[in-house]
Design a protein around this ligand. Structure first.
Ligand code: 13P
Ligand code: ZN
Length: 272
């Protein structure tokens, strides 16, 4: 068995879940062209894989996260379509391992496509994985996607948009408070793929599991890609309800302050 086949076998569960989630993103209409990307920390599953600069493709790039030295990630490829990731994950994902010296990463596996590179949002993904490990959080997966209704709401004009938007979303559906009791982060607009976007995302996710990317989309962390998808799906549901009310010609009443306060003390239904 080749090393590539052995890696594919060792990661089969993670690859299946990632591919299923990619299919959901396409099905939701959130993944135009190459929109969206997913990464999963697979350091444990990859611990047996030997690597060296002479044998593996090495990409030089400073990695400013000490705690990621030697860690491995399954990542969707730059420019890949989510519908292709769903159908042919092995041709549209890669596994990279950060060098011990933090001077780049090895591409341990890129299916059968030598030209495949990790997502252009790698800077944000690595910054968030570093945060998750630093804080010993249980999440191992990160998902970025373009949920239509949520993006539409971030184009709302006016000041104090972040607070107002998050309040509006929470007033639209009681489940949101139960699923995400600590709220949702909001990252102001920064160019896609930039270090600046990574920076504002990091601060938005430091206390949250979901962060809205203004005028672009959303990111979420979960134990796996499916859990991260569920969180974004719940947030976007509130955005859909809000816009449906507006389209029907009325401003929604929303949950009252008392009703929201009551949800602050969840009974039985605990978020995971
Ligand atoms: P990639 O194809 O490089 O993953 O980029 C998609 C995207 O949504 C950028 O924000
Ligand atoms: Zn994007």
């Amino acid at each position: 068995m080749t090393k590539h086949n052995a890696i594919e076998m060792a990661l089969s569960d993670q690859i299946v879940q990632l591919a299923r989630t990619a299919g959901h993103l396409w099905g939701k209409g959130w993944a135009e062209r190459n929109g969206g990307n997913i990464s999963v920390d697979v350091t444990e599953e990859m611990s047996w894989v030997a690597y060296s600069r002479s044998r593996d493709l090495f990409h030089e790039q400073e990695i400013p996260h000490e705690n990621l030295a030697g860690r491995a990630f399954l990542v969707t490829g730059a420019g890949t379509r989510m519908r292709d990731v769903a159908e042919m994950p092995a041709r549209n994902c890669c596994v990279l391992r950060i060098s011990e010296d933090l001077d780049g990463y090895y591409l341990l596996w890129n299916g059968d496509r030598q030209d495949l590179q990790p997502t252009s949002e790698l800077a944000s993904h690595l910054a968030i994985h570093a945060l998750l490990r630093r804080e010993q959080r249980p999440e191992r997966a990160l998902l970025h996607t373009h949920p239509n209704e949520l993006i539409a709401l971030t184009h709302m004009p006016g000041p104090a948009k972040a607070e107002m938007l998050v309040d509006l979303l929470y007033a639209m559906h009681p489940e949101l408070k139960l699923i995400l009791p600590r709220g949702v982060g909001y990252a102001p607009y920064r160019p896609p793929g930039s270090a600046e976007l990574a920076e504002v995302t990091l601060s938005a996710l430091s206390e949250h599991r979901v962060a809205i990317w203004e005028k672009h989309g959303c990111v979420a962390v979960g134990k796996g890609p499916a859990e991260a998808f569920d969180l974004i799906d719940a947030v976007n549901k509130s955005a859909v309800i809000l816009l449906l009310c507006k389209a029907a010609g009325y401003a929604p009443e929303g949950l009252s302050a008392e009703q929201l306060e009551e949800l602050g003390r969840p009974r039985g239904h605990r978020p995971t």
